[in-house]
Design a protein around this ligand. Structure first.
Ligand code: AHR
Length: 492
């Protein structure tokens, strides 16, 4: 198979925010997964578990969305600040009906972001919260001093305001966030965002709640009525192999399910194009960012776990789903400003799973780690037609390729979906020859459902890769079956 990396044909800059994250108060995502509390015997920094923190620091997470998800629209931030013993608990109605202690609130979240050196993305409560409540939250976080909210923050131990970069106005307002029509939400969006004030030189990027997968009418109405007041418009799409009632197992699947999952992951490209086309009609200069602030696989919960906790294992299949999504986001990077995988720890397509004091890194984690080199690089056009991967009369491209470059390096990632055979792929690349230094990493396994467990945490992990050759103007790579490969070409 042959193709060309068009070294001078830049699609756009890959925003690092495409590698963003999302963590909701859901199941064991925050509590256990990130926050163990200041009295825990598990090693921690001010209540944040050290092993998870270190793992996430290595990913250089650019942005973290919080506190939900559906949870955001019943979260009342004021109950989550101040003395721990006085924080008011609440029922987490969406996720298992558990009692939320509010031990992890604004200060703890901001401390986490500081430790991760990432930007905070706060999702405001529109479904059951008031305009005043959101305005107060922004004032609490960002006003220097001398107002009731800023002085309350100072009294609670934070002298200087935080830098707040992203604010979302509601979550899934068409569903768990209030079951609204787009027309009604567009009006509410305009009203709520008005009072998201920018104090003391802060610049807040305001994100309107966007559509559920195929609902292009939602995008149309929002763009028609509220485009001038937004910086970003979101989109949610989950890769569910089966139906919402019977999604399929995270680990027990056959090749049919492998195929359908990857086919559904490719669907993201059509959605980005469909919603992007509508955004283009109202915003031809692409000022407004598409914010895919929930994406990833969603399977049946692991047997024996609380179904409301959305805890699922993560296999090589998830690694391929993640890599395919990044390739799609790169191809559309001139419109997509941010994407946030759902979710970071112990929930859905997680980076990290924990069990008491144990932690493991998932295959998805390894893709995020391998792919971080694409962040803030120029995405290049890749001209190539993949042979099909066929199953029961249906076809999807067997190989996906994405290339990016910075001043001294080019990174080419490959996603190979066929679980049975190797595929050789040669790419014409102007300027390389036998002397060019080329290195590689591969993530693969001998089974489609290979995954890491607490007893065997390193079964699936990246390894050095050498199955490539360079000759004048051409790079040839022998892709192992079901693999993700990252090649670095030294242009210096
Ligand atoms: O990520 C889990 C849930 O999926 C989120 O809370 C919600 O926004 C979406 O439906």
């Amino acid at each position: 198979m042959k193709g060309t990396v068009k070294v001078n044909d830049v699609i756009g800059r890959i925003s690092k925010h495409i590698y963003g994250h999302f963590q909701e108060h859901l199941g064991r995502g925050i509590y256990d997964g990130i926050w163990v509390g200041k009295d825990s015997e598990i090693d921690h920094i001010d209540g944040i578990r050290t092993d998870v923190l270190k793992a996430l620091q290595a990913l250089h997470i650019p942005v973290l969305r919080w506190p939900g998800g559906c949870f955001a629209d019943e979260y009342h931030w004021a109950n989550g600040v101040g003395d721990l013993s006085e924080r008011k608990p609440m029922v987490n109605t969406h996720w298992g009906g558990t009692v939320e202690s509010n031990a992890f609130g604004t200060h703890e979240f901001m401390a986490l972001c500081e430790l991760l050196e990432c930007e905070p993305y706060i999702c405001g409560n529109v479904g059951s919260g008031s305009v005043q409540e959101l305005a107060d939250w922004v004032e609490y976080m960002t006003f220097p001093k001398g107002t009731p909210m800023s002085d309350w923050r100072i009294q609670n131990g934070k002298q200087e305001p935080w830098q707040l970069t992203y604010v979302g106005v509601g979550n899934e307002s068409w569903g768990c966030g209030g079951n609204m029509t787009p027309e009604y939400y567009a009006d509410l969006y305009k009203r709520y965002q008005t009072y998201v004030r920018e104090f003391a030189g802060q610049r807040i990027y305001k994100i309107a709640c966007g559509a559920n997968s195929n609902d292009v009418n939602w995008t149309k109405v929002l763009m028609e009525r509220a485009a001038q007041w937004m910086d970003g418009l979101s989109l949610h799409y989950y890769t569910v192999p089966g139906t919402w009632e019977k999604k399929g197992s995270a680990t027990e699947f056959d090749e049919d399910e492998w195929f359908i999952t990857l086919k559904k992951a490719y669907e993201m490209e059509r959605l980005v194009e469909d919603h992007g086309e509508i955004m283009d009609r109202y915003d031809p200069d692409k000022r407004i960012g598409m914010i895919i602030d929930e994406w990833g696989t969603w399977y049946d919960p692991e047997p024996g776990t609380n179904p409301g906790f959305l805890y699922q294992q993560n296999t090589l299949r998830d690694a391929l789903v993640a890599a395919l999504h990044f390739h799609i986001f790169h191809r559309h990077c001139e419109r997509i400003h941010m994407a946030n995988i759902a979710q970071t720890v112990n929930v859905l397509q997680a980076m990290v799973l924990t069990k008491d004091e144990k932690m493991l890194l998932t295959p998805t984690y390894h893709v995020f780690h391998m792919f971080q080199v694409h962040q803030e690089e120029d995405a290049l056009e890749v001209e190539f037609v993949s042979p099909p991967y066929e199953r029961k009369g249906e076809k999807i491209p067997q190989v996906s390729v994405s290339a990016s470059r910075s001043s001294g390096k080019m990174h080419i990632s490959y996603c190979h979906l066929n679980p049975h055979e190797q595929t050789e792929i040669s790419l014409a690349i102007e300027g390389i020859d036998e002397q060019t230094k080329v290195t590689g990493r591969v993530l693969t396994a001998d089974r489609m459902n290979a995954h890491n467990t607490f007893d065997e945490p390193h079964s699936v992990q990246p390894k050095d890769f050498q199955q490539m050759t360079v000759k004048s103007g051409e790079l040839t790579v022998e892709l192992p079956p079901m693999s993700v490969v990252m090649i670095t070409v030294d242009l210096a």
